[in-house]
Ligand binder design. Structure first.
Ligand SMILES: [Zn+2]
Length: 290
């Protein structure tokens, strides 16, 4: 988002635009030329044809294009932003629920026992944090400029990782014909009392974005997503059902004070989220034939 002072402003009746403000085109002045990877734009000096490149997936989505197209200059490259209205597929017959715990130890952990961390996430994240701290301490104009650049880079890294994780999660759910149960994230900050080092880690990740990605990717595959209240999902025992704060001695380990059941904390979380998801979906679950 651009700072508001740079946005188009109305001055003495005349509209002023930023030099490279996004330019919307409608169907009268803009066309995709079928089969040619070219667009045609009506300009002040007549119609011009321009080539464009895009991925196969994006090309297939063009069939669902709707409304205006925005031409934008982003970091020195020209992009076309196209709105596509893809019809939702038929909901698949659901036989199970995949519980997903968003966490501190792993970015995500599912009730099938799989962790989704992205091998280098922690390494890259701490490298960014270190660079940021150095630049913040310096505080010069140049340092501030580099800080801004760094935060853009970091945001793109998070976004990419969230795309990868959400894709894998949705693929797991599809394979096991499962709905996906996610925790309602409005609680995530309140529920986790963690040490400072880990608080940074949690605050620095965009779990809301990850959640949005999972939701829309699942929607495209006809996989239902249920949102559940995560209360007690990190401290309820899978074995005896006792709910106790003391069951969660560390971030990593679940250890029941009542019956002695022990497991990885995020696995227990994912299983409890799955149970709540099964409860929420109830009759919607199709019992598979033997
Ligand atoms: Zn127990």
């Amino acid at each position: 988002m651009l700072p508001s002072k740079q946005m188009a402003t109305r001055l003495e009746g005349a509209i002023q635009f930023r030099k490279h403000a996004a330019q919307p085109y409608d169907d009268r002045i803009f066309r995709f030329l079928p089969g040619a990877d070219q667009i045609s734009i009506w300009t002040l000096t007549g119609r011009i044809k321009l080539p464009f490149i895009c991925g196969d997936r994006q090309r297939s989505l063009l069939a669902y294009r709707k409304g205006e197209v925005d031409l934008m200059l982003v970091r020195g490259k020209w992009y076309l932003a196209v709105v596509c209205d893809v019809p939702a597929p038929e909901a698949i017959g659901i036989e199970d629920v995949l519980g997903v715990d968003f966490g501190v130890v792993n970015l995500a952990f599912d009730s099938g026992g799989r962790s989704y961390t992205g091998a280098d996430v922690e390494k890259v994240r701490s490298r960014f944090a270190l660079k940021r701290a150095v630049l913040q301490r310096r505080g010069t104009k140049g340092a501030k400029r580099r800080l801004k650049k760094l935060s853009g880079k970091e945001a793109r890294f998070r976004k990419h990782t969230n795309h990868v994780i959400s894709k894998e999660l949705v693929a797991s759910a599809e394979r096991s014909r499962s709905a996906i149960a996610l925790e309602d994230l409005t609680h995530i900050r309140k529920r986790t009392k963690v040490r400072k080092a880990q608080r940074n880690r949690l605050a620095g990740w965009s779990f809301n974005q990850l959640r949005q990605f999972v939701t829309y990717k699942a929607g495209l595959r006809g996989i239902p997503v249920v949102s559940i209240d995560p209360r007690d999902t990190s401290r309820a025992c899978r074995c005896c059902g006792v709910i106790d704060k003391a069951n969660r001695k560390t971030q990593h380990r679940f250890s029941c004070v009542h019956c002695g059941y022990e497991a990885a904390a995020d696995f227990v979380g994912a299983l409890n989220i799955r149970s709540k998801g099964v409860q929420a979906l109830g009759a919607a679950l199709v019992i598979s034939a033997p």
